[in-house]
Design a protein around this ligand. Structure first.
Ligand code: MIG
Length: 665
């Protein structure tokens, strides 16, 4: 029994979306299957992978549309592979229920898909900092040693992750007291130094009559059963395990409450692994396992692809209750459309190779277009050994991964930003520092995502879908709509080609201006990476900090990029980690730039009720095509120095409430 649909497609039609697939960005000519799978060391084009996002977009004669096939059974999509003029999708059960979303622009389609399935909640700002992870950091002394190294070496970092070895015999919600005799004391010590502690959690619960989580689950009938009523059992890290039925609302509430001790100990975030669900040997559960499915009972065939999302939903909702007014931070490996409401996502067990760096760039853009903007890869590659150059290029790409975390398997050499010698350490410091300099911009882009449904990473096809040249570009993307990045993904490469969409673009490092609508050959030395800022952008910047707790400025800095057309920018600020923004305790500031050959006008409008601590702005105006002689701030002549600095910028200090600044030749 299956359901299917077939549609005609044009010769030039291009296809995008579908979540985490590891093939080329344009899906045309391929067939895909969605069945959440633990895909350790997956290769290019390998499938199925960890997630099921049955949503795709097409571009037909320059016009974009989307189809969301909301079916949780194993589903497949054929994009003109079997027959070049047809696209088909089908599933092994359920209903033929799909949504057609009209564009005409891809951005409209993506935003409407978000309206349907949700966006990420606004994360706490610290979660946007750099995360250091490894399988595993233990004992306690090792964890503290890592933390101390970050601070001594002045490499910014906000979070350290504890992988499965923090648990007692891999029993969820326990601590190995030999390695971690006093978790709260350790977590407090780390917190005092600006580090958040994140712990992993798995769905497999060890069958052990002396283990309270197992006993409670058993007494209350919370574990999954087979068709013959016997328990679903499988081996994972703890040995013989049973698995909570997260599709049951009662089980979710119970699971959420289990985090109490971890939260009381100070744990700030939870990383949900193995929730495809993964089982050693068999791969996953047998089809006949029964699920509550929120009262709409069904077998594992129906529940498999949503199991992981319901697990992380339980985790998220539990943390939300336990942490009171603090925003929860969760990560998940498996998911279904809509998982973004409960978690960030990492792409699973990738490999330390240049090819995987390329695959990761495609996966992140694809996830972002498919609703899952808060995503990242294991920086450096999970398995295998990167050399210093590959690791550094991956850190550079990681600055523009919405979730920025380095992670590595236990059988690899140590993998911290300083592991590859002083030359690479210096570059890694510079780039992780850049992540923090851009933090106010990054945070504002997350707000635009959460509140206004914009994806965070945008492939060039989203900027210029009518230009078929962009349909196949997959190694350049923008973060928000103002910053374009062209990561370097080849060993030894020190230059690369970059197509810039139409408009004016500024080299982030030199401020040189480039005309878009053309391809440019640009420098990419190892200690740099091609980054461009859109003309007309107003980019807020933070002074260098070691963790976001240090973000307390007396003066807010902006880089203001001249343009000869009108352009809008947004800046968002609030309390960083509470829900006060839901009561309008935030500021959303809008900037409009308009320039010509002898003047530039910058306006500001402010919405919201938050009161920042600073009073003034430090504005650096970049790219003026004339020598300024007069500046008026809200009609009053400005008396400060107007000369260009070494990077041809003019600095203007203004009151934070200005409405209009005029710069005249
Ligand atoms: O079977 O917890 O993808 O990030 O380090 C491996 C150990 C289980 C898989 C995750 C990886 C994690 C590892 N886990």
């Amino acid at each position: 029994y299956y359901v299917y649909a077939t549609k005609k497609c044009d010769a030039g039609e291009a296809f995008y979306g579908l979540g985490d697939k590891s093939s080329n960005l344009n899906l045309r000519g391929n067939r895909f299957v969605n069945w959440n799978t633990d895909a350790y060391s997956f290769g290019k084009g390998q499938q199925p992978l960890y997630r099921t996002i049955p949503f795709y977009m097409g571009i037909k004669e320059g016009v974009s549309y989307g189809i969301f096939f909301d079916n949780t059974f194993k589903s497949q999509f054929d994009f003109a592979q079997e027959e070049s003029d047809k696209i088909s999708f089908w599933a092994d059960g359920g209903e033929l229920q799909y949504y057609y979303i009209h564009g005409p622009h891809m951005m409209d389609v993506v935003k409407r898909y978000h309206t349907l399935t949700g966006t990420h909640k606004l994360p706490p700002m610290w979660a946007l900092g750099y995360h250091q992870c490894r399988w595993s950091y233990y004992p306690e002394k090792k964890v503290k040693d890592i933390a101390r190294n970050f601070r001594e070496r002045k490499i910014p970092c906000d979070a350290i992750h504890l992988d499965i070895d923090y648990m007692d015999g891999y029993r969820c919600f326990t601590w190995n007291r030999k390695y971690f005799p006093d978790p709260s004391a350790m977590i407090k010590e780390l917190a005092d130094d600006g580090f958040k502690t994140i712990v992993i959690i798995d769905p497999g619960i060890r069958v052990d009559e002396n283990y309270s989580v197992f006993k409670e689950g058993k007494q209350n009938n919370y574990f999954c059963r087979r068709c013959d009523d016997y328990f679903m059992e499988g081996h994972v890290w703890p040995g013989r395990c049973q698995f909570p039925d997260f599709t049951n609302p009662k089980v979710r509430t119970w699971w959420g409450g289990l985090f109490k001790e971890l939260v009381d100990a100070g744990v700030a975030g939870v990383w949900n692994d193995m929730n495809e669900p993964a089982v050693f040997g068999a791969g996953t559960f047998p089809h006949d396992v029964r699920h509550n499915y929120d009262g709409f009972h069904g077998s594992h065939r129906k529940a498999h692809n949503v199991y992981g999302m319901q697990m992380v939903r339980a985790t998220y909702e539990g943390l939300k209750k336990l942490q009171k007014n603090k925003r929860p931070f969760t990560i998940t490996r498996a998911g279904y459309s809509g998982v973004q409401r409960y978690a960030s996502v990492w792409t699973g067990d990738n490999v330390a190779s240049w090819e995987h760096l390329k695959i990761g760039i495609v996966q992140l853009q694809r996830l972002s277009m498919s609703g899952i903007s808060f995503c990242g890869t294991d920086i450096g590659g999970f398995s295998g050994e990167p050399d210093g150059e590959l690791f550094t290029r991956w850190v550079q790409m990681g600055v523009f991964s919405p979730f920025m975390r380095a992670h590595s398997a236990g059988d690899t050499a140590e993998r911290e930003p300083w592991s590859f010698g002083p030359e690479f350490e210096e570059i890694n410091r510079k780039f992780i520092g850049l992540r923090y300099r851009l933090m106010p911009y990054i945070y504002s882009v997350f707000w635009e995502h959460h509140k206004h449904n914009f994806p965070i990473l945008r492939p060039l096809v989203m900027h210029e879908q009518e230009n078929v040249l962009t349909h196949g570009i997959q190694d350049v993307f923008t973060f928000g709509d103002k910053i374009l990045v062209a990561p370097v993904t080849d060993a030894g490469a020190r230059h690369r080609n970059v197509y810039l969409p139409s408009g004016i673009w500024y080299n982030y490092w030199t401020h040189d201006m480039l005309q878009g609508g053309a391809e440019h050959f640009v420098d990419a030395p190892i200690d740099s990476m091609p980054i461009f800022v859109k003309g007309g952008a107003v980019i807020p910047e933070s002074p260098l900090m070691q963790h976001v707790g240090e973000f307390e400025v007396d003066e807010l800095m902006f880089q203001v990029y001249y343009s000869d057309y009108e352009a809008n920018s947004f800046y968002f600020e609030d309390h960083d980690d509470t829900f006060a923004f839901e009561q309008d305790i935030y500021l959303e500031k809008k900037y409009v730039i308009k320039g010509d050959e002898s003047s530039m006008i910058l306006t500001q409008s402010i919405e919201g009720l938050y009161t920042p601590r600073y009073e003034t702005y430090d504005l650096k105006i970049i790219g003026l095509p004339f020598i300024p002689t007069k500046v008026y701030i809200d009609g009053k002549e400005y008396t400060g120095d107007l000369s260009f600095d070494e990077l041809r910028r003019v600095r203007i200090k203004s009151n934070k409430n200005f409405k209009r600044i005029e710069i005249l030749a």
